[in-house]
Design a protein around this ligand. Structure first.
Ligand SMILES: Cc1cc2nc3c(=O)[nH]c(=O)nc-3n(C[C@H](O)[C@H](O)[C@H](O)COP(=O)(O)OP(=O)(O)OC[C@H]3O[C@@H](n4cnc5c(N)ncnc54)[C@H](O)[C@@H]3O)c2cc1C
Length: 207
């Protein structure tokens, strides 16, 4: 019997856990550790960010699905890796911290035979001074919460334009190390189309 621990339940972690559960016999254990209660289909945030989609449409709660499929789910975040175990636990383990419910704040050593680290990118707004979403008129579409916020920001700008004010909209990726420029490109086109739909395209400079 093997125990496979998957860290992260995003696109890669969720896909890995689902395939493993489907392909492995029940004597093997599949465990997912992730701090979010929901799966989110991140690429659709470019639609949430222009108000064409509600974030509920790109989310589903992980716990009920994993229960049904026989995947053990721990709503927790990985803190440290211990591939050689320690004095108490002689197997490889990951130290995790639970983030909800009665176990919130509790740490647990989750042992594994195989480990998949699928914790995704770190959203590193801090490397570009002043770029944090919510400050200095900055928005992001990197998470569904950010994208909802971006839509509120865009809506407010559309209202200004409807009143005859000209606005500047700058869309891009902040830092040279930032990935997923494609999303910024898509969002530019979505914003452009939205402004046309609202009849205010001539009031905005989009860069
Ligand atoms: C707006 C937007 C549009 C995009 N469009 C496209 C597209 O069209 N096509 C494309 O290929 N890519 C697209 N991308 C990129 C794509 O979304 C990412 O490449 C993809 O989500 C990465 O998947 P992942 O599983 O590695 O990470 P994520 O999907 O970010 O998942 C990481 C998971 O790890 C969890 N986690 C984080 N820290 C810990 C921890 N300490 N312990 C345990 N779990 C942890 C998170 O909660 C999450 O569940 C887009 C990105 C954005 C922002």
């Amino acid at each position: 019997m093997s125990r496979i621990v998957v860290l992260g339940a995003g696109i890669s972690g969720h896909v890995a856990a689902s395939h493993l559960r489907r392909k492995l016999s029940k004597q093997h254990e599949v465990v997912v550790v992730s701090p979010n209660s929901n799966y989110q289909w991140i690429p659709s945030n470019i639609w949430v960010g222009i108000g064409r989609m509600k974030s509920e449409k790109l989310l589903f709660p992980l716990a009920p699905l994993y229960k049904k499929k026989g995947i053990d789910f721990k709503q927790a975040k990985a803190l440290t890796f211990h591939p050689e175990g320690d004095r108490e636990v002689k197997k490889p383990f990951v130290l995790v911290e639970h983030v909800v419910g009665g176990k919130k704040g509790n740490q647990e050593k989750v042992t594994y035979d195989y480990l998949i680290n699928a914790t995704g990118p770190k959203l590193n707004f801090e490397v570009t001074e002043g770029l944090n979403p919510g400050s200095n008129g900055c928005y992001s579409v990197c998470t569904y919460g950010h994208a909802e916020h971006a839509w509120q920001g865009l809506k407010a700008q559309i209202e200004r334009m409807k009143k005859g004010e000209k606005v500047n909209i700058l869309i891009g990726t902040g830092h040279a190390k930032a990935t997923c420029q494609g999303a910024a490109f898509e969002y530019i086109l979505n914003v452009e189309k939205e402004l046309r739909k609202d009849g205010v395209r001539d009031m905005a400079t989009i860069t």
